[in-house]
Design a protein around this ligand. Structure first.
Ligand SMILES: [Zn+2]
Ligand SMILES: [Zn+2]
Length: 138
């Protein structure tokens, strides 16, 4: 999904596109992977936007409820990612907390499809993170 598609789906559902809302979505597109609230705040600052934390929190809740983003908690920090690019996985380093996107979606997606058929179960959500030590920490 492109940013414009997301913006128009928000509008179609009666939502407003505020500057902050648009910039938060831009932060997700720029990253292409998991983003913490801290990183969102830093991105907004580059756009000279300094909403208070409760505004950002409310925006994230709105985007979660609209199923535009998903939340994962990594090393006790909440991270958010666009639902539409959540077809990848992550290596998470337990020393530096570094996150590397892992694009091996095809094999896992096809395993899930197989499992759905075998068990007549519709998977709506799953979460897998590979935790370990990255090359610069080892
Ligand atoms: Zn990611
Ligand atoms: Zn590391």
């Amino acid at each position: 999904m492109k940013l414009d598609d997301i913006l128009s789906s928000i509008r179609n559902n009666g939502g407003r596109i505020t500057k902050v809302r648009r910039a938060i979505l831009e932060a997700f597109y720029q990253s292409g992977c998991l983003v913490s609230q801290e990183k969102i705040v830093a991105y907004l600052a580059t756009k000279e936007l300094t909403p208070n934390p409760s505004t950002i929190f409310r925006e994230l809740q709105f985007l979660l409820k609209s199923k535009i983003i998903t939340k994962s908690t990594i090393n006790k920090v909440h991270h958010y990612e666009l639902n539409s690019n959540h077809r990848h996985y992550h290596f998470v380093c337990s020393k530096c907390q570094g996150i590397t996107a892992l694009h091996l979606h095809n094999p896992l997606i096809s395993i899930m499809k197989e499992l759905e058929q075998q068990h007549q179960f519709k998977i709506q959500q799953h979460s897998i993170d590979f935790k370990g030590i990255c090359i610069s920490c080892s």
